[in-house]
Ligand binder design. Sequence first.
Ligand SMILES: Nc1ncnc2c1ncn2[C@@H]1O[C@H](COP(=O)(O)OP(=O)(O)OP(=O)(O)O)[C@@H](O)[C@H]1O
Length: 624
Amino acid sequence: MRFRKKVTRLKDSKNGSRTAEQEAAETGSPETAQAGRGQAFQTLLSYAKPHKRTFLAVFLCSFFAISADLLQPYLIKIAIDDNVLEGAEGYRKLVSIGLFFLLLAIVSFVFSYIQTNLLQRAGQSIVARLRNDLFRHISGQSMSFFDRHPIGSLVTNESSDTETINSFFTQVVVSLVRDGLMLIMVVCFMFSLDVELASYCMLLFPVIFAISIAFRKLLRTTYQRARSQWSRMIAFVAENLAGMSLTQAFHQEKEQTRQFNEKNDVYLKANIREVQTNVFFNRSFDVLGNVSVSLIVWIGGIAVLGKKMDFGVLYAFINYIRLFFQPINQITQQWNTLQSTLVSMDRLWRIFSIVPEVQDPLPKETKELPAETVKGQVDFNHIRFSYVDDQEVLHGLDLHIKPGEFVGIVGTTGAGKSSLVNLLTRFYDVNKGSVQIDGIDIRRLPLDSLHRIVGLVQQEPFLYSGTIVDNVRLFRDDISREEVIRACKLVGAHPMIQRLKSGYDARLSERGSGLSSGERQLISFARILIFQPKILILDEATAHLDSHTEKLIQEALSLVSQGRTTLVIAHRLSTIQNADRIIVMKDGLIAEEGTHQSLVQLDGYYAELQRHARRSAQSVAESR
Ligand SMILES: Nc1ncnc2c1ncn2[C@@H]1O[C@H](COP(=O)(O)OP(=O)(O)OP(=O)(O)O)[C@@H](O)[C@H]1O
């Protein structure tokens, strides 16, 4: 991955909290942005390196196309000064000049066509590779990364930021090459026609330079403002779409629409301001161009009247001064694209420079633990953990689970149940203490082995867009359809799948919508039977399941937990009544532990939770 190789790796601190550099890279302090821009730009160019032959061909095509364009006014000058007044002889030459003019137009068309195609192809393939690298990089990030980066903004990175980089190659680079070349050649033609008049025109350069400098900061600020408002709006839309059911359930549509309108308005204003600045900037060159033409007509006209200059030369000069402003106009119009490239590059660089907090161990520290030999002993040794510095969530928790033990975890919301199991999958790393499997610190296990050993059934299981079969075997073709069907039958998902129109080939829509959360959990259970992890974590569905699905889940759970160490975060206490041990969590610590019977007898926090659950169930039943 080029971008990742080249950027400065921002080192992660051992205990999981982020370094100052990492904070700075993510929050984008100006110094970091400045430091990163050079590297980011170099990296971007390294993406272009494999296409250097194409860029050379583009340069040659531009040269031929521009030469053909610029010869045209010169031909007309020859026609006017040398042939128009020559009678029959001049007429024949005029016909050949006309044909040559036509030939030049065809040459210009052909080379421009080839150049545009070559450049588009190179630009698109550069960006396709960049998008791949970015997607792979984001997919390899730890959960803390996703806590800090809204999905909407990552979508913007993956879509519009990479597309902007494409515009850089297909517009900015082409403009710099083609228009830069054109400018140089126009100046050469002007000097070859009349040195004095050409020298006057050179006075325009400092004026153009001054205008560009005057607008530079304003253009950048307005552009950046518009872009950040845009990405705020997209992030808002992405979040809202993900939480649409909640919005509707709590009749938040009006409020959310109001907030969206507000963001949309701010973006609209920022956008208008940006467009106004651009138009003003670009049109100021038009004005300068027209002033120059009138000066040339005045100075050149006097020279023609005084017989110091041929009329054809003046005609060609007027054409060239117009052509002189054309590339300048084009180049300055690319200013915006260049600005957007810099902003996008900055943003991509910030993402690319984030090293995942959770990583594979170094080779010398790696311990192999083949999945077949795992016994399933799990030890949480005095673990301390915080998502955010200074806000500890788990405070030195100790928990030792025997191979094959079924452990239920209960507690009030926010007690730290999910945080605890997230440490076992290494979605996050502990700040202090250690988590071990069969006596080996899980930070020493390669992540892919760890994830083969520890299986997870989430509260809201994620299903990919694809068929049921794809989702159970996770797109692995070496697992047969028959195995998938057998697993689904065992967990009791078969009748439900058969009710779907295309059965096992039914394509699930995004995130498995179309299936209830209980049904999605059943599919996840089938996955467990296919992949056979030695340790199973189940975050039980919180939604009220109908009694039939609840029974199916209970049965599936007792089936899949056989022969594996199982940790179940239970929201319904009935799920874990038969657990070997129940852990009761409170404020990031274990408050009580024991079997259901012993905890009821203790009449402590667990008994209180149970009474509370019973009261809630009663009031739900009464309200029906
Ligand atoms: N991604 C996160 N970033 C910051 N804080 C978090 C994050 N996830 C959880 N927390 C905080 O950590 C604490 C423990 O949360 P956790 O999700 O582990 O509790 P829980 O017992 O699983 O609760 P629930 O039953 O509601 O799922 C809470 O105070 C919560 O606000």
